[in-house]
Design a protein around this ligand. Structure first.
Ligand code: CP
Length: 308
């Protein structure tokens, strides 16, 4: 079966075959000489609508578009758009899709990308919607894991930090549940636990254990996927201040891990990974961010001719 998705809104919309198709296309993009791919998006105009801040997602999408010969329009700050005048998301999307061939967007409201996809006659790619999902991050996370370990099946993956508000770990849980014999270890303080509905949705496929202490799971982990405490999602700043440094990973962590153990992080980090880890073999997070380019090139190339 070919890749049939017309929008990338939620990783839950993907089958394992869809995920594997993107990873295969990303590997092709990574290997392809620049001169052979520089015309793949020729004549295409892509909107990059970032209603919320971003460095990696926006810049890697925009780099991917330009490297394939497409053109980018859009904004990195909703404050310079007519959202500031009270325009609804639906009206913005209806208008912009009259100008472009595809929309990449990030929004603070959960479900915003789904709503945009419903009103858009062009493909919509979700670059993060509130605390809900970040599917293209998950695809690059899986690409990174597959490149490093040769497989995703059978791995033991720890998710650490803000599992309540972290959209990257929500998407990753759903994605890992599509692979075989994956064990997930959830490491978070009680107040930032993975939402129970996500655990319930995935526990049939994943072996899940929870703890507040990373030490409890370290020796069995292949990957520790750390996340930032999501300051912007806290209603109470005092609560954030109390919990912001709950996990600070340093070199001492590596005394009790497997030889092939790797640390991932969607970035940006704040204090949760000390820079002393950056030059160790375990640090995968900057390679992970770099993998955003081939993965997003793949996504754009696969969606470029979609008719909705
Ligand atoms: N990983 C990620 O989404 O980073 P940005 O917020 O910088 O896009």
């Amino acid at each position: 079966m070919g890749f049939k998705l017309t929008d990338i809104v939620s990783i839950s919309d993907f089958s394992r075959e869809d995920i594997e198709a993107v990873l295969k296309e990303a590997a092709k993009m990574e290997e392809m000489p620049q001169k052979d791919k520089s015309g793949l998006l020729e004549g295409k105009v892509i909107a990059s609508l970032f209603f919320e801040p971003s460095t990696r997602t926006r810049l890697s999408f925009e780099t991917a578009i330009q490297s394939l010969g497409g053109k980018v329009v859009g904004f990195a700050d909703a404050g310079v758009s007519s959202t500031k005048k009270g325009e609804s998301l639906s009206d913005t999307i209806r208008t912009v899709t009259g100008y472009v061939d595809l929309v990449v967007m990030r929004h603070s409201i959960e479900g915003a990308a789904r709503r945009a996809a419903e009103v858009s006659d062009k493909p919509v790619v979700n670059g993060g919607d509130g605390a809900n999902q970040h599917p293209t991050q998950t695809l690059l996370d899986l690409y990174t894991i597959k490149k490093e370990f040769g497989t995703i099946d059978g791995l033991t993956i720890g998710l650490l930090g803000d599992l309540k508000y972290g959209r990257t770990v929500h998407s990753l849980m759903y994605a890992l549940a599509k692979f075989k014999d994956v064990k997930v270890r959830l490491i978070a303080p009680e107040s930032l636990r993975m939402p129970q509905n996500i655990i319930d949705d995935t526990k049939g496929e994943l072996e899940i254990k929870e703890s507040e202490k990373v030490e409890e799971f370290l020796p069995e982990l292949d990957v520790l996927y750390a996340t930032r405490i999501q300051k912007e999602r806290f209603a109470d700043e005092f609560e954030y201040e109390q919990i912001k440094n709950v996990y600070i990973l340093g070199k001492d962590l590596l005394k009790n891990t497997k030889k092939e153990f790797r640390i991932m992080h969607p970035l940006p980090r704040v204090n949760e990974i000390k820079t002393e880890l950056d030059e160790t073999d375990a640090a995968l997070y900057f390679k992970q961010a770099k993998n955003g380019i081939p993965v997003r090139q793949a996504i754009l190339n696969m969606l470029k001719d979609v008719k909705k």
